[in-house]
Ligand binder design. Sequence first.
Ligand code: URA
Length: 212
Amino acid sequence: MGIQGIPTYNTVQGSSATTPIHAGESLDDIRNDVGDCQRCKLCSTRTNIVFGVGNPHAELMFIGEGPGADEDAQGEPFVGRAGKLLTKIIEAMGLQRSDVYINNIVMCRPPNNRAPEPDESATCKPFLLRRIAVIKPKLIVCLGATAVKNLLEVDTPISKIRGKIQDWQGYKVMPTFHPAFLLRNPNMKKPVWEDMKVVLEFLGKPVPEKNG
Ligand code: URA
């Protein structure tokens, strides 16, 4: 019914900001709005803007930190070494990358893979919140401390908060370790698999036996 040209706004409350959600928009609308983004200093060193990928109706969303070198080169999130491990985790869950939605706190690579700075994540966050509002995932997995801190706006260490489903803005959020951390600490793969089993149970999906 809406009147063309007059956007309707709902809001998503972050604790520090209120983000306008453009009623009825699509992921393509958000990508168009991002455009050739120059809103923060990461634009001067990036090659490609790395938007999200996957199922626009996904029940399950993954949020990482930010693009690395491979992602910056290819314009797709989680395609490097850590990404290949994330893909293995998703497949071990009985899913495909195309079943879920994968994105990051920031869409542009921070130089030397440093963590995004507060102004950078704050600039990118409205676009993340808009993707969440469009997709409406049943559950969001936050991969690593940066994703947890920036989405949930808490300072709880990842080792304390992981594995426990959090309530956030009407969504369920599972914090777990980042796949890059698992590459350095393979013994942490087991707790992450335990977290993913909780996710599958929450989603009412079968929990496969994992080999390896
Ligand atoms: N690490 C992330 O957090 N995101 C990516 O897209 C790749 C590596």
